[in-house]
Design a protein around this ligand. Structure first.
Ligand SMILES: [Zn+2]
Length: 634
């Protein structure tokens, strides 16, 4: 795309104006005119003279406020007063700098929207909203419009900013807990620091200003140095935690392998690991995190959504698939049956039985069936499966006055029983055999088919649209993702999809699917687009900036995952190798586990669009991605 010299000049001047005059401090808010034509006056009242008129959508820098009147600075540098009814404040989410040569601005968040204007490399823009990798920005002329997130980079802030390290944090009207509550902010929110006072930081949230305690935030200095939040106290303080939990409550781990961390946050250091079925003593709670003491005396924090309270063990609904790699079923009073995922191997756990109260046998008619017969009535019926442990059917039911649990395996089960006499617990290790030693056994992978987010009005964000055939990116992404899911499951992985057709999740919400289950990796599947239709090939994106501690600590993993998937996708897909790239995509930034965004091929390239339309090529792409994931875990 070419641009005339005069236009280029204009954009340089525009860029200069932005930098010098109209950009507010990152984290503050800008005003936007809401009335059609609004007077700007020399003072705070209608009796003052009119010094300028502004139009709907025009941006204003917000200065001081007096009653219902707001002092503003216009893009001309002129300052005056306007009635607050005609101003809408929008928070500046972040500042970015344009990195593409000349970049199109569009009327909506996607290449399908009309072109609004262009900006040139180096232009600094304030971002007011983020949607599907697109940023809402403002330029004089078209006003609010959208720019592709991959054509800009984060501007380095000239001020320090804080990153919230607890679930919910109080923002107060002054620097101390004795000041009134102004508002609350949440985990990982970032805000520019306006002022510091004795360990407290003044920030702006929209039009509200307030103070937060340094005990619950990381402070990122302009030079990139981070002042890390001390471990939050277990209870009380400024964080929303509470001490209401009884001190000797016991919970049972329900995730396969669960990290115990030094503090109540997914960012905190891992100090130990616990396994499904382990009992933990809860000594405190903060937000969604339990402070626990392990049997060996180690103290730490676990996510409470990866535990079940003891005594309220739940049996899944009939015919449901087990969610957390573990089935817990109360059979009769004081007697519990569990299937536990012990690092990819099935372990059957009987709690509360004497050795003479249960029998294990294999059904003579069916080689791959294991039956546990128990004395005593069975209280509930259940049928389900634990696919990734090779158990294709679990049925629990009463048979002639006794309880019977029948399990059908994809492999001939052999058992090794360990019985703990004191606690009356039998652990039955079901021999894994060859069928169970798969490459991805025990791995949890979140697959995110890009786009297909439900939009206001009910339509779905299609993503890019093919230049020749009009192929919708969302359809290609879903098709490749479903094929990928099958391949990964065949390799033994547990796959969780962010959606299978449409979703109301935000991009951060998609990332959270992986965060909330502590998945091993997150893979977002997309198809690429470029205005230059000759550009074609495969590429994979990752993100691990040094400014983000969690992501930076995963730099090796994220880069390795991207590299392996790119390498294998090039092998099976056979298109040009455009390499791996680092970019600040929302799903990569918001995931707290290693993540990649795969750009399979280009919908803007005629040849590749035709290939993307074929089932065979989609299968090849899925195979490449799957092979890359297997290589990553090796
Ligand atoms: Zn996309």
């Amino acid at each position: 795309m070419k641009i005339k010299h005069r236009q280029r000049w204009f954009f340089c001047i525009l860029a200069a104006i932005f930098l010098l005059v109209s950009l507010p401090v990152w984290g503050a808010a800008d005003g936007f005119v809401t009335g059609s034509v609004v007077n700007v006056r020399s003072g705070a009242g209608t009796s003052y003279s009119i010094i300028a008129k502004v139009e709907a959508g025009q941006r204003l820098e917000l200065l001081e406020r007096s009653g219902d009147w707001q002092k503003v600075s216009l893009h001309t540098g002129q300052a005056g007063w306007m009635h607050v009814d005609y101003i809408q404040a929008k928070e500046v989410v972040k500042k970015v700098i344009v990195k593409g040569n000349v970049v199109n601005l569009r009327t909506g968040p996607g290449t399908g929207y009309a072109k609004a204007d262009q900006v040139s490399s180096g232009t600094s823009l304030s971002v007011y909203q983020e949607k599907d990798d697109w940023y809402q920005v403002y330029v004089n002329g078209p006003g609010l419009c959208w720019i592709a997130g991959w054509l800009v980079e984060d501007a380095v802030s000239s001020t320090s900013y804080i990153v919230v390290k607890t679930e919910v944090l109080n923002v107060r009207s002054g620097p101390g807990t004795n000041y009134s509550l102004a508002t609350k902010i949440g985990m990982n929110e970032k805000h520019a620091v306006i002022q510091e006072d004795n360990g407290w930081y003044k920030i702006a949230i929209g039009s509200v200003q307030g103070w937060v305690s340094g005990d619950y935030v990381d402070v990122i200095r302009p030079d990139g140095q981070t002042v890390v939040a001390p471990n939050p106290p277990a209870t009380g303080g400024e964080s929303e935690g509470n001490a209401s939990e009884p001190s000797n409550k016991t919970v049972v781990v329900n995730g396969g392998v669960v990290n115990v961390r030094s503090a109540g946050s997914l960012n905190a250091q891992v100090v130990a690991k616990v396994y499904a079925g382990d009992r933990l003593t809860v000594t405190g709670q903060q937000g969604d995190w339990y402070q626990v003491t392990l049997a060996n005396g180690t103290k730490g924090w676990v996510a409470n959504w990866l535990t079940n309270p003891e005594g309220t063990l739940s049996i899944p609904q009939d015919n449901s698939t087990v969610e957390n790699d573990v089935l817990i079923a109360p059979i009769t009073d004081g007697k519990v049956f569990k299937i536990v995922n012990d690092r990819g191997r099935a372990v059957l756990v009987l709690e509360g039985w004497n050795t003479d109260e249960y029998r294990i046998r294999q059904d003579s008619g069916t080689e791959n069936t294991l039956i546990l017969e128990m004395d005593g009535a069975c209280e509930r019926n259940y049928t389900g499966k634990v696919t990734n442990l090779g158990i294709t059917e679990v049925s629990i039911k009463p048979v002639s006055g006794k309880g019977q649990i029948r399990l059908t395996f994809t492999f001939p089960p052999a058992t090794a029983v360990v019985y703990d006499t004191t606690n009356k617990v039998a652990r039955i290790q079901v021999s894994t055999g060859t069928a169970q030693t798969k490459e991805l056994t025990g791995k949890t992978i979140v697959v995110d088919p890009g786009h297909a987010s439900v939009q206001p009005g009910g339509w779905l964000d299609p993503g890019a649209i093919g230049k020749r055939l009009g192929l919708k990116e969302k359809d290609v992404n879903l098709s490749v993702s479903l094929k990928l899911k099958t391949l990964l499951e065949n390799a033994g992985a547990r796959v969780v999809m962010t959606h299978t057709g449409s979703t109301n999740l935000s991009l951060a919400g998609r990332a959270n699917v992986a965060n909330s289950i502590n998945a091993d990796i997150f893979v977002s599947v997309h198809a690429n687009y470029n205005n230059n239709s000759s550009i074609a090939g495969h590429s994979v994106y990752y993100y691990a900036p040094s400014s983000n501690q969690v992501l930076a600590s995963q730099r090796y993993s994220r880069q390795k995952l991207a590299t392996m998937v790119q390498r294998e996708m090039v092998k099976t897909g056979g298109r040009s190798d455009l390499g791996t790239k680092e970019s600040n995509f929302a799903v990569l930034r918001e995931t707290r586990v290693p993540s990649i965004l795969v750009e399979t091929a280009f919908l803007s390239n005629g040849i590749e669009e035709a290939m993307l339309a074929s089932d065979a090529f989609r299968q090849k792409l899925a195979e490449g991605i799957s092979n890359g994931i297997v290589a990553y875990f090796k």
